[in-house]
Design a protein around this ligand. Structure first.
Ligand SMILES: [Zn+2]
Length: 447
């Protein structure tokens, strides 16, 4: 029994428009009205729901299709909140859900309301099929819509983990965090996020003698900080390949259009040490590949002094350091200290990210995602992916859930870069691809 996809497409578009029209800009989030819309949509089709309100106007909405219990549940996760939009820089109303030239525009269209709509449609389609056949799935299918992801998840997934871990007891979860990228020649690859880097904050403090600016001092704290940062800017952490990055480059090389980059991908995972080094050097010149090859160091804030004629006694730089899974932040800081020879400079870890285990890139859900994708596009390459960004999946992995991140909508880089930017939009064709992909993957593991 197959869904009537023409009707499904029209319904998906109108539901995504409805979802975008709820302004869930975070802060303040105000996800409750959207959660109530999702609740009434699910209830209208006989799907059991739980609405949770962690604090005023914030909400999580859970929907359950009960299975036979033969296998453990699968979670379909998406967040309801969005980042802010500068209306004057948009050509369409960011909360209008307008359609133009084959695109649906709106804040959240690809992060993460598009997936929220595709997840919702998957629940509705599954329920309708099961009603007709009079059968139950082999496992619970759990729809989870969270608040507050864009501001750290304290009122969202963090709250759920602390207060209702029973609702997250699952074998698998499907979440945001990967990508379906269209590259040269119309070829696409689906990167399925199976692990993520861990985000830490390192504070660098330079100290010197305070005084009147009329008398220049050799130990000026700001110059010291500048020299220390200059030394760090010339430093890169060593290349480290994880099992996931090995598979990522191996499978990506099969479809990669640029011959030099393709060779570098094959070399970096090969046995020849010299060629592996050359491959790593070549890939490191591409920022997004460089970021998955090594621990990354990015200065983000500098502070020091407050008066033009006063030399301050200290100056501070804040660095966001992202480590590969299994790498110790303390060891990274040790190496950074060895690089900085400037006197009077201190470095300390002021916020420590939490390590989460990787999800298995050979699991039943991973294979189901790959099979569903190939059914829609036989040429697509499906690759496991280590993301440099942080998602709610880390919290689920810590609970023992095998969580995977996708962005199920095939897009060129230029469209994907609108995420958190102006004129965020999803190509309608890609929206429908995404709904079929999620429905196909979940049907394969739950029916
Ligand atoms: Zn997101």
């Amino acid at each position: 029994m197959k869904p009537d996809w023409d009707a499904v497409e029209a319904e998906t578009v109108s539901r995504l428009q409805a979802i975008i029209r709820f302004d869930t800009t975070n802060p303040p989030g105000n996800e409750l009205p959207l959660a109530k819309y999702l609740e009434s949509t699910l209830l209208a089709e006989g799907i059991e729901t739980t609405l949770l309100e962690p604090t005023t106007s914030r909400a999580q909405l859970i929907g359950h299709i009960r299975g036979s219990g033969a296998r453990r549940p699968v979670i379909l996760l998406a967040h309801m909140d969005v980042v802010g939009a500068e209306r004057e820089s948009w050509t369409h109303d960011p909360f209008g859900g307008e359609i133009s030239d084959g695109y649906l525009y709106g804040r959240g269209a690809i992060d993460d309301k598009g997936m929220l709509a595709a997840n919702l449609m998957t629940m509705l389609l599954l329920k309708r099929m099961l009603m007709k056949s009079g059968t139950a799935p082999s496992r619970d299918v759990v729809f989870v819509a969270t608040a507050d992801e864009e501001a750290g998840g304290e009122w969202g997934m963090g709250w759920l983990v602390d207060n209702r871990p029973d609702l997250l007891d699952a074998e698998f979860a499907l979440n945001e965090g990967g990508r379906t990228r269209i590259i040269a020649g119309g070829q696409a690859y689906l990167a399925v996020q199976s692990a993520e880097k861990v985000s830490h904050v390192v504070t660098v403090t330079a100290r010197g003698t305070a005084g009147h600016a009329a008398i220049p001092l050799a130990d000026n704290a700001i110059f010291r900080l500048g020299r220390a940062l200059d030394q760090l800017s010339a430093y890169a952490e060593p290349v480290m390949l994880t099992e996931i990055t090995r598979q990522f480059f191996t499978r990506l090389a099969e479809i990669w259009p640029d011959p030099d980059e393709k060779k570098a991908m094959l070399d970096v995972v090969g046995d020849d040490r010299k060629r592996a080094q050359e491959g790593a050097r070549a890939l490191s010149s591409i920022a997004v590949f460089n970021a998955v090859l090594r621990n990354g160091i990015s200065p983000t804030v500098v502070e020091g002094g407050n008066q033009f004629n006063v030399i301050p006694d200290s100056a501070v730089a804040i660095l966001n350091v992202r480590t590969l899974p299994g790498q110790s932040i303390d060891k990274v800081v040790q190496r950074m200290r060895a690089v900085v020879t400037e006197p009077g400079v201190m470095m300390e870890v002021t916020h420590r990210g939490e390590e989460a285990p990787a999800s298995d890139p050979q699991s039943e859900l991973f294979d189901a995602i790959a099979a569903a994708a190939r059914e829609l596009d036989p040429r697509i390459a499906v690759v496991p992916y280590l993301s440099t960004g942080v998602t709610d999946s880390a919290r689920l992995r810590k609970l023992g859930v095998q969580a995977y991140g996708i962005l199920p909508f095939p897009m060129a880089q230029s469209d994907e870069e609108r995420m958190h930017g102006n004129d965020e939009r999803v190509p309608l064709k890609s929206l429908h691809f995404g709904t079929r992909l999620i429905f196909g993957a979940i049907s394969r593991i739950a029916l």
